[in-house]
Design a protein around this ligand. Structure first.
Ligand code: SF4
Ligand code: SF4
Length: 327
């Protein structure tokens, strides 16, 4: 049992580590790219398109412009591809992006563990407050969706995509991170502290991205499914769920809070009682298969985007240099 648990944990954590390393690598690469432009260096480091994964609002506007005009975002195409890929992942395999890939999710998980080490457990807000706060992320999502899909015309969206502001949004994000104000540091610090005390505070209450993926995840054919016949009602699944889902009371977990982490499956002491599967079919995703499927999906979509010219930005180095002078 212990060896099974240990092996199972390593699959998801391995994927988290892989993506965390990639994010670190992309961040350093982008920093070197910008430094080379500002220092007029002669060495050539190309801009890593993956940095656009951190521009979700730009991707949403890019989507709005694409739907209105049929023209795919050529300024931050990788951002739109990654956004669509994340949506696709949620449509197929619940919010696995949150618990397997997202660097903020990985960080939150780590902070939650620190909390358990310090206090022996993570605290929980009272049910009524938890319910109210959980709606915040949907409100934030609604604000963004209304502003972009209702408040903006297709022409506005195209203008935004082509604007100097959007073209430089990755650089401005870097600037923001490099020169965090006291307010910025305080907000991040408070959120980190809250996440140490209350597991997944940011993801559970405030992340509009998670809210959006939760809505798409309703359609996922794969869901945590409990076999009532073999379940011994030990409650270990519920206890292990980082998202406070009462797995032992459900036959299928429809909750938009389920991030497909499979902690519950790992903890279940009765073999084949909890599974990540399609409703009545025999298709079951174990941790190794889910790992393989997630990595293959990401790899194939990115290779496809590169092969079809939907990955690299159309911005030239000259444009970059000129726009940098304006910041
Ligand atoms: S423990 Fe199970 S129910 Fe809870 S989030 Fe993870 S996969 Fe979903
Ligand atoms: S851990 Fe398994 S056996 Fe225990 S309550 Fe959950 S589904 Fe039933």
């Amino acid at each position: 049992m212990f060896s099974k648990l240990k092996a199972a944990i390593s699959w998801r954590h391995g994927v988290q580590l892989l993506f965390a390393i990639m994010v670190g690598y992309i961040g350093i690469d982008f920093l070197l790219f910008i430094n080379q432009l500002t220092n007029q260096s002669t060495t050539f480091i190309s801009r890593p398109p993956g940095v656009e994964a951190f521009l979700p609002l730009s991707a949403l506007v890019g989507l709005r412009a694409w739907l209105a005009t049929g023209i795919f975002d050529s300024v931050h195409p990788a951002g739109l591809v990654i956004f669509l890929l994340i949506v696709l992942t949620s449509l197929l395999f619940k919010r696995t992006f949150c618990s397997w890939i997202c660097p903020i999710g990985t960080l939150s998980e780590g902070l939650g563990k620190i909390g358990r080490t310090i206090f022996g457990r993570n605290f929980q807000l009272p049910g009524w407050l938890d319910y109210i706060l959980r709606s915040l992320k949907y409100l934030l999502l609604l604000l963004f969706l209304v502003a972009i899909f209702w408040g903006m015309s297709g022409t506005d969206a195209v203008s935004f995509v082509q604007s100097p502001y959007n073209r430089m949004s990755d650089v401005m994000m870097l600037e923001f991170m490099e020169h965090l104000s006291v307010t910025g540091i305080s907000v991040i610090g408070i959120l980190a502290l809250l996440t140490i005390v209350f597991e997944n505070f940011w993801c559970r209450y405030l992340c509009p991205y998670g809210a959006l993926l939760g809505l798409f995840s309703f359609l996922s054919p794969f869901k945590i499914t409990r076999n009532q016949e073999t379940c011994i009602q030990c409650g270990k699944c519920t206890k292990s769920c980082p998202n406070r889902i009462t797995v032992d009371l459900q036959t299928r977990v429809f909750s938009p809070e389920c991030t497909g982490c499979l902690n519950c499956v790992q903890q279940c002491p009765v073999q084949n009682t909890l599974r990540f599967k399609v409703a009545r079919g025999k298709k079951i995703l174990s941790l190794p298969y889910l790992t393989l499927v997630i990595l293959s999906l990401w790899f194939l979509v990115i290779v496809f985007a590169k092969a079809t010219g939907h990955w690299g930005s159309n911005m030239t180095l000259e444009t970059y240099k000129q726009l940098l002078l304006m910041i």
